[in-house]
Ligand binder design. Structure first.
Ligand code: FES
Ligand SMILES: [Fe+2]
Length: 399
């Protein structure tokens, strides 16, 4: 008898006909549906992590968070005994977390089984079983968790944060919310060159500020980031046989040609915050691994962190930062709570959430402004490849 072969499911043909329509150019990016491991991600507000355990799914892995003696810890949220979530449990002894079912008790720092309440103090299984622990850091008032690719040590979180957020004092306003859709679609939407001028034309945030109808763009890499540099801006356009289309309205201000759109070009003069000016950003929108968007305005910077939960969900973390001194931070806080939070992190960002949920690709058929998307994918692909090489990891270690 010949061994039976496992029937193979036919794979759907990937469409490559007229222009590339799949993501096979970027194989690591294509495979990172549940996120890139090997990075720090902001998962929850610091003040929400207490002695009562809470759960979060990050890069497809269930994590339990708990605070003990001021330090936040993260462990795999699964008791190795019978698979009950440890986040259902409680802290019975300092420095530990106990499973609610049979009382297996794990050390928070090392994840090692240190006691089994229902098997007595001499339980022979103690020390022989452990749960995985994850590196934890706290920045920007949030708890950040690192999910290792293999068993590597994490890089310092400050090497991953936007450079200007390390070593400068600032005031921040932020919003964190679970959203439907893959994290890559959210990140691509954030860095997408084409949509803001059209999708957001109805946003209240832009009520008094006109946006061009279209513009030309080039992408420039600087350090870990790629920048969108808007070159020629066209405030209205005559579409042959169709007519004129413009975002201009009599009540809308038109920003200066080289103002907020390419903030790095404004230098230290022209009312740009000195901390922002000294960064010399080539363009106002930039993105870096593992999915961090930075939009620089003259007096504040807006960041978006797209935290991968699983293949179908992500967490949106929008952060607005003001570096001004004196009364500046106070004024910024009042403005943030009074209207920025609602108009920008609310309604404006809600339009993005709507589109991310509605996007279904690949397949896709890209157009000229999508150089922003392909450049971001190339950055992610290259940086991740370099990271694997630097860690001495082979491709199979990433599976
Ligand atoms: S399932 Fe956790 S102690 Fe039994
Ligand atoms: Fe948008």
């Amino acid at each position: 008898m010949t061994p039976s072969k496992t029937p193979r499911r036919p794979t759907a043909p990937r469409q490559r006909a007229a222009g590339r329509q799949d993501w096979s150019t970027w194989p690591h990016y294509d495979a990172a549906a549940s996120g890139f491991k090997g990075y720090w991600y902001p998962v929850v507000w610091s003040n929400r992590v207490t002695g009562k355990p809470s759960a979060f799914t990050l890069c497809g892995e269930r994590v339990v968070l708990i605070r003990d003696a001021g330090t936040a810890y993260a462990l795999h949220d699964r008791c190795p005994h019978r698979g009950v979530p440890l986040s259902y449990g409680k802290q019975e002894f300092p420095g530990t977390l106990s499973c609610p079912y049979h009382g297996w008790t794990f050390g928070l720092a090392d994840g090692v089984l240190s006691a089994v309440i229902t098997d007595g103090p001499d339980s022979p299984i103690c020390g022989k079983v452990s749960v995985r622990t994850y590196p934890v850091a706290e920045r920007l008032g949030m708890v950040w968790v690192y999910v290792p690719i293999a068993d590597e040590e994490p890089h310092p979180i400050d090497e991953q944060l936007p450079e200007e957020l390390v070593g400068n004092a600032f005031m921040l306003g932020a919003r964190m919310e679970p959203r439907v859709g893959n994290w890559r679609l959210a990140c691509e939407n954030g860095y997408d060159e084409g949509h803001a001028k059209y999708l957001h034309r109805t946003a209240l945030w832009r009520l008094f500020k006109a946006m061009p109808t279209w513009n030309t763009t080039r992408i420039e890499r600087k350090g870990r980031w790629i920048f969108r540099v808007q070159e020629e801006q066209y405030w209205e356009a005559d579409f042959p046989g169709l007519g004129v289309w413009t975002n201009k309205r009599w009540w809308k201000l038109r920003p200066p040609a080289r103002g907020a759109s390419n903030i790095g070009n404004t230098g230290a003069s022209g009312g740009v915050d000195p901390v922002i000016a000294e960064q010399e950003f080539p363009g106002f929108a930039s993105v870096s691994m593992p999915g961090v968007l930075r939009i620089a305005y003259p007096n504040f910077i807006h960041y978006e962190f797209y935290v991968p939960v699983d293949a179908d969900n992500h967490q949106y973390v929008g952060v607005m930062v003001n570096f001004r001194k004196g009364l500046g931070p106070l004024v910024f806080s009042v403005k943030y709570l009074a209207w920025i939070r609602w108009l920008f992190h609310g309604q404006f960002s809600g339009q993005d959430a709507w589109m991310v949920e509605a996007t279904h690709c690949p397949p896709e058929r890209l157009y000229r402004p999508d150089v922003s998307l392909t450049s971001w994918r190339s950055l992610a692909e290259g940086d991740y490849r370099d990271k694997l090489a630097a860690l001495g990891l082979a491709e199979e270690d990433t599976k």
